[in-house]
Design a protein around this ligand. Structure first.
Ligand code: NAD
Length: 417
Protein backbone atom coordinates (compact mmCIF):
# COMPACT_ATOMS: atom_id res chain seq x y z
CA UNK A 1 0.00 0.00 0.00
CA UNK A 2 2.82 2.37 0.92
CA UNK A 3 3.84 2.04 -2.74
CA UNK A 4 0.76 3.92 -3.86
CA UNK A 5 0.22 6.12 -0.83
CA UNK A 6 3.41 7.83 0.41
CA UNK A 7 1.70 8.79 3.68
CA UNK A 8 1.02 5.16 4.55
CA UNK A 9 4.65 4.33 3.78
CA UNK A 10 5.80 7.16 6.07
CA UNK A 11 3.52 6.01 8.90
CA UNK A 12 4.68 2.40 8.51
CA UNK A 13 8.23 3.63 9.04
CA UNK A 14 7.13 5.62 12.08
CA UNK A 15 5.51 2.51 13.63
CA UNK A 16 8.52 0.33 12.88
CA UNK A 17 10.92 2.73 14.57
CA UNK A 18 8.51 3.40 17.46
CA UNK A 19 8.60 -0.33 18.21
CA UNK A 20 12.41 -0.32 18.23
CA UNK A 21 12.60 2.54 20.75
CA UNK A 22 9.41 1.51 22.57
CA UNK A 23 7.85 4.90 22.10
CA UNK A 24 4.83 5.87 24.22
CA UNK A 25 1.77 4.82 22.19
CA UNK A 26 0.11 8.21 22.70
CA UNK A 27 3.05 9.94 21.06
CA UNK A 28 2.84 7.52 18.13
CA UNK A 29 -0.86 8.38 17.79
CA UNK A 30 -0.07 12.10 17.88
CA UNK A 31 2.59 11.74 15.17
CA UNK A 32 0.41 9.51 13.00
CA UNK A 33 -1.87 12.41 12.09
CA UNK A 34 -1.16 15.97 11.06
CA UNK A 35 -2.25 18.69 13.49
CA UNK A 36 -3.92 20.83 10.79
CA UNK A 37 -5.07 20.21 7.24
CA UNK A 38 -6.04 23.24 5.21
CA UNK A 39 -7.69 22.48 1.87
CA UNK A 40 -9.04 25.16 -0.39
CA UNK A 41 -10.06 26.00 -3.95
CA UNK A 42 -8.87 29.15 -5.56
CA UNK A 43 -10.12 30.98 -8.67
CA UNK A 44 -7.57 32.62 -10.97
CA UNK A 45 -8.41 34.90 -13.88
CA UNK A 46 -6.29 33.61 -16.74
CA UNK A 47 -4.67 35.80 -19.44
CA UNK A 48 -7.47 34.77 -21.81
CA UNK A 49 -10.10 36.26 -19.47
CA UNK A 50 -11.33 32.78 -18.56
CA UNK A 51 -11.49 31.86 -14.84
CA UNK A 52 -9.89 28.59 -13.67
CA UNK A 53 -10.32 27.00 -10.25
CA UNK A 54 -7.25 25.41 -8.62
CA UNK A 55 -7.03 23.08 -5.62
CA UNK A 56 -4.57 24.04 -2.85
CA UNK A 57 -3.28 22.43 0.36
CA UNK A 58 -1.30 23.27 3.47
CA UNK A 59 -0.68 20.43 5.89
CA UNK A 60 0.86 21.26 9.29
CA UNK A 61 2.13 18.03 10.76
CA UNK A 62 3.65 18.86 14.15
CA UNK A 63 4.95 21.99 15.92
CA UNK A 64 6.23 20.54 19.20
CA UNK A 65 9.78 21.79 18.46
CA UNK A 66 8.92 25.14 16.86
CA UNK A 67 6.85 26.78 14.10
CA UNK A 68 5.83 24.62 11.15
CA UNK A 69 8.24 24.72 8.20
CA UNK A 70 8.09 23.29 4.70
CA UNK A 71 7.92 23.99 1.00
CA UNK A 72 5.13 24.69 -1.47
CA UNK A 73 4.89 22.51 -4.58
CA UNK A 74 3.17 23.33 -7.89
CA UNK A 75 2.59 20.05 -9.74
CA UNK A 76 -0.28 18.26 -11.56
CA UNK A 77 0.01 15.26 -9.19
CA UNK A 78 -0.19 17.20 -5.92
CA UNK A 79 -2.77 15.52 -3.66
CA UNK A 80 -3.56 15.38 0.04
CA UNK A 81 -1.71 12.13 0.80
CA UNK A 82 1.42 13.38 -0.91
CA UNK A 83 1.33 16.68 1.02
CA UNK A 84 0.71 14.82 4.30
CA UNK A 85 3.76 12.60 3.72
CA UNK A 86 5.93 15.56 2.79
CA UNK A 87 4.78 17.46 5.92
CA UNK A 88 5.60 14.45 8.12
CA UNK A 89 9.09 14.18 6.60
CA UNK A 90 9.64 17.90 7.27
CA UNK A 91 8.94 17.40 11.00
CA UNK A 92 11.55 14.63 11.06
CA UNK A 93 14.07 16.58 9.00
CA UNK A 94 14.00 19.72 11.15
CA UNK A 95 14.35 17.59 14.25
CA UNK A 96 17.19 15.48 12.84
CA UNK A 97 19.37 18.48 12.00
CA UNK A 98 18.30 20.08 15.28
CA UNK A 99 16.73 23.31 14.10
CA UNK A 100 13.80 24.78 16.05
CA UNK A 101 10.99 23.94 13.65
CA UNK A 102 8.14 21.55 13.21
CA UNK A 103 7.01 20.24 9.83
CA UNK A 104 4.53 21.35 7.16
CA UNK A 105 4.11 21.22 3.42
CA UNK A 106 1.85 22.81 0.84
CA UNK A 107 0.96 22.60 -2.78
CA UNK A 108 -1.33 23.44 -5.66
CA UNK A 109 -2.54 20.86 -8.14
CA UNK A 110 -1.47 22.57 -11.37
CA UNK A 111 0.71 22.07 -14.40
CA UNK A 112 2.84 25.19 -14.09
CA UNK A 113 4.25 24.69 -17.59
CA UNK A 114 0.79 25.50 -19.01
CA UNK A 115 0.63 28.87 -17.21
CA UNK A 116 2.16 32.24 -18.11
CA UNK A 117 4.43 34.14 -15.70
CA UNK A 118 1.54 36.49 -14.76
CA UNK A 119 -0.82 33.58 -14.13
CA UNK A 120 1.77 31.92 -11.89
CA UNK A 121 2.20 35.17 -9.94
CA UNK A 122 -1.59 35.31 -9.39
CA UNK A 123 -1.55 31.69 -8.26
CA UNK A 124 1.27 32.39 -5.77
CA UNK A 125 -0.49 35.45 -4.33
CA UNK A 126 -3.84 33.61 -4.21
CA UNK A 127 -2.21 30.78 -2.25
CA UNK A 128 -1.01 33.26 0.38
CA UNK A 129 -4.45 34.88 0.68
CA UNK A 130 -5.98 31.43 1.23
CA UNK A 131 -3.61 30.43 4.07
CA UNK A 132 -2.72 33.83 5.56
CA UNK A 133 -4.35 33.18 8.95
CA UNK A 134 -2.45 29.92 9.36
CA UNK A 135 1.09 31.02 8.43
CA UNK A 136 3.60 33.67 9.58
CA UNK A 137 7.13 33.94 11.03
CA UNK A 138 6.11 32.43 14.38
CA UNK A 139 3.52 29.99 13.06
CA UNK A 140 4.39 28.41 9.70
CA UNK A 141 7.16 29.48 7.31
CA UNK A 142 6.87 28.13 3.73
CA UNK A 143 9.74 27.78 1.23
CA UNK A 144 10.20 26.60 -2.40
CA UNK A 145 9.74 23.03 -3.59
CA UNK A 146 9.12 21.38 -6.97
CA UNK A 147 8.26 24.03 -9.61
CA UNK A 148 8.40 26.96 -7.22
CA UNK A 149 11.49 29.11 -6.80
CA UNK A 150 13.00 32.26 -5.30
CA UNK A 151 10.76 34.49 -7.44
CA UNK A 152 7.64 32.63 -6.22
CA UNK A 153 8.78 33.23 -2.62
CA UNK A 154 9.35 36.94 -3.32
CA UNK A 155 5.73 37.28 -4.57
CA UNK A 156 4.43 35.31 -1.61
CA UNK A 157 6.40 37.31 0.97
CA UNK A 158 5.23 40.53 -0.72
CA UNK A 159 1.59 39.41 -0.58
CA UNK A 160 1.89 38.37 3.06
CA UNK A 161 3.56 41.70 3.95
CA UNK A 162 0.69 43.62 2.28
CA UNK A 163 -1.89 41.58 4.16
CA UNK A 164 -0.04 42.11 7.47
CA UNK A 165 0.43 45.82 6.92
CA UNK A 166 4.18 45.52 7.54
CA UNK A 167 7.35 44.13 5.98
CA UNK A 168 7.58 40.45 6.95
CA UNK A 169 10.84 39.05 5.52
CA UNK A 170 10.80 36.06 7.90
CA UNK A 171 7.40 34.85 6.64
CA UNK A 172 8.93 32.94 3.69
CA UNK A 173 12.41 31.56 3.03
CA UNK A 174 14.16 30.77 -0.23
CA UNK A 175 13.66 34.38 -1.42
CA UNK A 176 16.06 36.06 -3.87
CA UNK A 177 19.01 37.81 -2.21
CA UNK A 178 17.66 41.15 -3.49
CA UNK A 179 14.40 40.59 -1.58
CA UNK A 180 15.64 39.51 1.85
CA UNK A 181 17.04 36.15 0.76
CA UNK A 182 20.16 34.39 1.92
CA UNK A 183 23.29 33.87 -0.17
CA UNK A 184 23.49 30.22 -1.31
CA UNK A 185 19.87 29.32 -0.41
CA UNK A 186 19.02 28.24 -3.97
CA UNK A 187 21.98 25.88 -4.09
CA UNK A 188 21.67 24.80 -0.43
CA UNK A 189 19.92 21.45 -0.91
CA UNK A 190 22.41 20.35 -3.58
CA UNK A 191 25.33 21.73 -1.56
CA UNK A 192 24.11 19.93 1.56
CA UNK A 193 23.93 16.67 -0.40
CA UNK A 194 27.50 17.23 -1.58
CA UNK A 195 28.73 17.74 2.02
CA UNK A 196 26.93 14.57 3.12
CA UNK A 197 28.29 12.32 0.36
CA UNK A 198 31.80 13.77 0.69
CA UNK A 199 31.85 13.08 4.42
CA UNK A 200 30.24 9.67 4.06
CA UNK A 201 32.86 8.56 1.50
CA UNK A 202 35.64 9.74 3.85
CA UNK A 203 34.21 7.48 6.57
CA UNK A 204 34.28 4.31 4.43
CA UNK A 205 36.91 1.77 5.52
CA UNK A 206 37.71 0.83 1.90
CA UNK A 207 37.91 3.83 -0.41
CA UNK A 208 37.80 3.81 -4.20
CA UNK A 209 39.87 6.14 -6.39
CA UNK A 210 36.77 7.07 -8.33
CA UNK A 211 33.00 7.03 -7.68
CA UNK A 212 30.74 7.25 -10.70
CA UNK A 213 27.51 9.16 -10.12
CA UNK A 214 24.08 9.10 -11.81
CA UNK A 215 21.57 11.86 -11.00
CA UNK A 216 17.83 11.41 -11.60
CA UNK A 217 16.16 14.81 -12.01
CA UNK A 218 17.83 17.95 -13.31
CA UNK A 219 15.85 20.72 -11.62
CA UNK A 220 16.90 23.02 -8.81
CA UNK A 221 18.31 20.31 -6.55
CA UNK A 222 19.77 18.01 -9.24
CA UNK A 223 21.48 20.81 -11.18
CA UNK A 224 23.13 22.50 -8.21
CA UNK A 225 24.25 19.14 -6.83
CA UNK A 226 25.67 18.18 -10.24
CA UNK A 227 27.52 21.48 -10.60
CA UNK A 228 29.01 21.33 -7.09
CA UNK A 229 30.13 17.71 -7.47
CA UNK A 230 31.48 18.45 -10.96
CA UNK A 231 33.72 21.25 -9.65
CA UNK A 232 34.68 19.17 -6.61
CA UNK A 233 36.17 16.66 -9.09
CA UNK A 234 37.89 13.51 -7.85
CA UNK A 235 36.85 11.11 -6.50
CA UNK A 236 33.45 11.90 -8.09
CA UNK A 237 32.63 11.55 -11.79
CA UNK A 238 29.09 12.25 -13.03
CA UNK A 239 28.34 9.84 -15.86
CA UNK A 240 24.54 10.15 -16.19
CA UNK A 241 21.76 12.66 -15.67
CA UNK A 242 18.05 12.42 -16.42
CA UNK A 243 14.96 14.59 -16.64
CA UNK A 244 11.32 13.46 -16.96
CA UNK A 245 11.87 12.40 -20.60
CA UNK A 246 15.48 11.37 -21.17
CA UNK A 247 18.63 9.94 -19.59
CA UNK A 248 21.99 11.03 -21.00
CA UNK A 249 24.92 8.72 -20.26
CA UNK A 250 28.61 9.33 -20.91
CA UNK A 251 31.10 6.82 -19.48
CA UNK A 252 33.93 9.39 -19.62
CA UNK A 253 31.99 11.90 -17.60
CA UNK A 254 29.44 14.58 -18.48
CA UNK A 255 30.27 18.20 -19.22
CA UNK A 256 27.87 19.51 -16.55
CA UNK A 257 28.24 23.30 -17.17
CA UNK A 258 27.52 22.64 -20.86
CA UNK A 259 24.53 20.43 -20.01
CA UNK A 260 23.09 23.12 -17.71
CA UNK A 261 23.25 25.75 -20.45
CA UNK A 262 21.87 23.19 -22.95
CA UNK A 263 18.91 22.62 -20.61
CA UNK A 264 18.39 26.37 -20.26
CA UNK A 265 18.31 26.76 -24.04
CA UNK A 266 16.22 23.72 -24.92
CA UNK A 267 14.19 22.97 -21.77
CA UNK A 268 15.61 19.45 -21.29
CA UNK A 269 18.68 17.22 -21.37
CA UNK A 270 17.62 15.52 -24.64
CA UNK A 271 19.65 16.45 -27.69
CA UNK A 272 22.91 16.64 -25.75
CA UNK A 273 24.69 14.91 -28.57
CA UNK A 274 28.02 14.15 -26.92
CA UNK A 275 26.50 11.15 -25.10
CA UNK A 276 24.25 8.14 -25.33
CA UNK A 277 20.54 8.91 -24.80
CA UNK A 278 18.03 6.47 -23.27
CA UNK A 279 14.63 6.41 -21.55
CA UNK A 280 14.29 8.44 -18.35
CA UNK A 281 13.76 5.42 -16.04
CA UNK A 282 16.87 3.65 -17.32
CA UNK A 283 19.04 5.83 -15.13
CA UNK A 284 17.99 3.81 -12.07
CA UNK A 285 19.61 0.58 -13.26
CA UNK A 286 22.90 1.98 -14.57
CA UNK A 287 26.14 0.44 -13.42
CA UNK A 288 27.34 3.32 -11.23
CA UNK A 289 28.68 3.65 -7.68
CA UNK A 290 26.31 6.36 -6.45
CA UNK A 291 22.70 6.86 -7.53
CA UNK A 292 21.15 10.22 -6.66
CA UNK A 293 17.35 10.41 -6.98
CA UNK A 294 16.60 14.16 -7.16
CA UNK A 295 13.18 14.20 -8.87
CA UNK A 296 9.99 13.05 -7.12
CA UNK A 297 8.89 10.55 -4.45
CA UNK A 298 8.29 6.90 -5.29
CA UNK A 299 10.97 6.64 -8.02
CA UNK A 300 12.44 3.38 -6.67
CA UNK A 301 9.73 0.80 -5.98
CA UNK A 302 9.43 -2.96 -5.43
CA UNK A 303 9.27 -3.22 -9.24
CA UNK A 304 12.68 -1.75 -10.01
CA UNK A 305 14.67 -1.86 -6.72
CA UNK A 306 16.30 -5.21 -7.49
CA UNK A 307 17.72 -3.76 -10.71
CA UNK A 308 19.61 -0.99 -8.90
CA UNK A 309 23.35 -1.63 -9.29
CA UNK A 310 24.66 1.34 -7.31
CA UNK A 311 25.93 0.47 -3.85
CA UNK A 312 25.17 3.93 -2.42
CA UNK A 313 21.96 5.95 -2.83
CA UNK A 314 21.93 9.61 -1.86
CA UNK A 315 18.28 10.64 -1.50
CA UNK A 316 18.08 14.28 -2.56
CA UNK A 317 14.38 13.99 -3.45
CA UNK A 318 11.88 13.51 -0.65
CA UNK A 319 10.70 9.91 -0.33
CA UNK A 320 12.21 8.60 -3.60
CA UNK A 321 12.41 5.02 -2.22
CA UNK A 322 9.19 3.26 -1.15
CA UNK A 323 9.12 1.19 2.04
CA UNK A 324 9.00 -2.04 0.01
CA UNK A 325 11.94 -0.94 -2.14
CA UNK A 326 13.90 0.07 0.94
CA UNK A 327 13.77 -3.48 2.22
CA UNK A 328 14.97 -4.90 -1.10
CA UNK A 329 17.86 -2.42 -1.24
CA UNK A 330 18.81 -3.19 2.36
CA UNK A 331 18.86 -6.92 1.65
CA UNK A 332 21.05 -6.27 -1.39
CA UNK A 333 23.59 -4.36 0.69
CA UNK A 334 22.80 -0.96 -0.82
CA UNK A 335 23.48 1.87 1.64
CA UNK A 336 20.78 4.55 1.51
CA UNK A 337 21.66 7.99 2.82
CA UNK A 338 18.11 8.99 3.79
CA UNK A 339 16.28 12.06 2.51
CA UNK A 340 15.75 13.64 5.91
CA UNK A 341 19.53 13.85 6.23
CA UNK A 342 20.76 14.07 2.63
CA UNK A 343 18.45 16.88 1.45
CA UNK A 344 18.24 18.86 4.67
CA UNK A 345 20.65 21.57 3.41
CA UNK A 346 17.68 23.56 2.09
CA UNK A 347 15.85 23.78 5.37
CA UNK A 348 19.06 24.47 7.29
CA UNK A 349 19.87 27.51 5.14
CA UNK A 350 16.17 28.49 5.32
CA UNK A 351 16.64 28.57 9.08
CA UNK A 352 19.61 30.96 8.65
CA UNK A 353 17.48 33.11 6.32
CA UNK A 354 14.67 33.19 8.90
CA UNK A 355 17.15 34.37 11.57
CA UNK A 356 18.39 37.04 9.14
CA UNK A 357 14.79 38.16 8.49
CA UNK A 358 14.01 38.38 12.20
CA UNK A 359 17.19 40.11 13.33
CA UNK A 360 18.06 42.33 10.37
CA UNK A 361 21.57 40.83 10.51
CA UNK A 362 23.20 40.21 7.10
CA UNK A 363 24.86 36.81 6.62
CA UNK A 364 27.90 36.29 4.37
CA UNK A 365 28.22 33.25 2.13
CA UNK A 366 31.29 32.04 4.05
CA UNK A 367 29.34 31.98 7.29
CA UNK A 368 26.44 30.13 5.65
CA UNK A 369 28.70 27.43 4.20
CA UNK A 370 30.67 26.89 7.38
CA UNK A 371 27.57 26.52 9.53
CA UNK A 372 25.76 24.36 6.95
CA UNK A 373 28.67 21.93 6.66
CA UNK A 374 29.10 21.74 10.41
CA UNK A 375 25.43 20.88 10.97
CA UNK A 376 25.42 18.17 8.31
CA UNK A 377 28.67 16.54 9.39
CA UNK A 378 27.35 16.41 12.96
CA UNK A 379 23.99 14.95 11.86
CA UNK A 380 25.68 12.28 9.70
CA UNK A 381 27.95 11.29 12.56
CA UNK A 382 24.99 11.04 14.98
CA UNK A 383 23.01 8.96 12.48
CA UNK A 384 25.97 6.61 11.86
CA UNK A 385 26.53 6.12 15.59
CA UNK A 386 22.82 5.42 16.19
CA UNK A 387 22.80 2.92 13.30
CA UNK A 388 25.70 1.06 14.90
CA UNK A 389 24.17 1.19 18.36
CA UNK A 390 20.78 -0.20 17.29
CA UNK A 391 22.14 -2.30 14.37
CA UNK A 392 19.69 -0.68 11.96
CA UNK A 393 19.84 1.07 8.59
CA UNK A 394 20.81 4.74 8.32
CA UNK A 395 17.15 5.57 7.59
CA UNK A 396 15.91 3.84 10.73
CA UNK A 397 18.69 5.51 12.72
CA UNK A 398 17.72 8.94 11.36
CA UNK A 399 14.08 8.24 12.29
CA UNK A 400 15.09 7.07 15.78
CA UNK A 401 17.01 10.29 16.44
CA UNK A 402 14.42 12.66 15.03
CA UNK A 403 11.35 10.97 16.49
CA UNK A 404 12.99 10.75 19.93
CA UNK A 405 13.62 14.50 19.91
CA UNK A 406 10.06 15.33 18.84
CA UNK A 407 8.73 12.91 21.47
CA UNK A 408 10.81 14.62 24.14
CA UNK A 409 9.39 18.03 23.18
CA UNK A 410 5.82 16.65 23.24
CA UNK A 411 6.40 15.09 26.66
CA UNK A 412 7.98 18.21 28.12
CA UNK A 413 5.24 20.49 26.81
CA UNK A 414 2.50 18.17 28.06
CA UNK A 415 -0.37 16.39 26.40
CA UNK A 416 -3.25 18.75 27.02
CA UNK A 417 -2.94 20.79 23.83
P1 NAD B 1 12.36 21.00 -9.64
O1 NAD B 1 10.98 21.20 -10.10
O2 NAD B 1 13.29 22.16 -9.73
O3 NAD B 1 13.04 19.78 -10.41
C1 NAD B 1 12.49 18.51 -10.53
C2 NAD B 1 13.15 17.85 -11.71
O4 NAD B 1 12.77 16.48 -11.75
C3 NAD B 1 12.78 18.44 -13.07
O5 NAD B 1 13.97 18.62 -13.81
C4 NAD B 1 11.93 17.32 -13.72
O6 NAD B 1 12.08 17.28 -15.11
C5 NAD B 1 12.53 16.10 -13.10
N1 NAD B 1 11.70 14.91 -13.15
C6 NAD B 1 10.38 14.76 -12.90
N2 NAD B 1 10.03 13.45 -13.07
C7 NAD B 1 11.15 12.80 -13.43
C8 NAD B 1 11.45 11.44 -13.75
N3 NAD B 1 10.53 10.50 -13.74
N4 NAD B 1 12.73 11.13 -14.09
C9 NAD B 1 13.69 12.05 -14.10
N5 NAD B 1 13.46 13.34 -13.80
C10 NAD B 1 12.22 13.71 -13.48
O7 NAD B 1 12.28 20.48 -8.12
P2 NAD B 1 13.40 20.51 -7.01
O8 NAD B 1 13.18 21.69 -6.15
O9 NAD B 1 14.72 20.25 -7.64
O10 NAD B 1 12.97 19.24 -6.13
C11 NAD B 1 13.35 17.91 -6.46
C12 NAD B 1 13.17 17.02 -5.25
O11 NAD B 1 13.94 17.51 -4.16
C13 NAD B 1 11.73 16.94 -4.70
O12 NAD B 1 11.51 15.67 -4.16
C14 NAD B 1 11.73 17.97 -3.60
O13 NAD B 1 10.71 17.73 -2.64
C15 NAD B 1 13.11 17.73 -3.03
N6 NAD B 1 13.66 18.83 -2.24
C16 NAD B 1 13.73 20.09 -2.73
C17 NAD B 1 14.27 21.10 -1.94
C18 NAD B 1 14.45 22.50 -2.46
O14 NAD B 1 15.05 23.30 -1.74
N7 NAD B 1 14.03 22.84 -3.66
C19 NAD B 1 14.70 20.82 -0.64
C20 NAD B 1 14.62 19.50 -0.18
C21 NAD B 1 14.10 18.51 -0.99
Amino acid sequence: MGERNPYEGAINNLRKVSDIIQLDKHIVEILERPQNIIEFSMPVKMDSGDVKIFQGYRVQHNDARGPYKGGIRFHPQVNLNEVKALAFWMSLKSSLVDIPYGGAKGGITVDPKALSHDELEKLARGYVRAVKDNIGPDRDIPAPDVNTNAQTMAYMMDEYSHLSGKYEPASFTGKPVGAGGMPDRESATGQGGAYVIEDFIKSLPKKQKEYTVAIQGFGNVGQFFAEIIHYMGAPFKIVAVSDSRTTVFCGNGLDIPFLISHKKDTGGVAGYDKCEAMGSDEILALNVDILVPAALEGAITSQNAAAVKAKIILELANGPVTTEADEILNNNGVVVLPDILANSGGVIVSYFEWIQGRTGDIWESENVQQKLQRKLVKALSEVSKTAEEYKVSLRDAAYILSISRIAEAIRLRGFNG
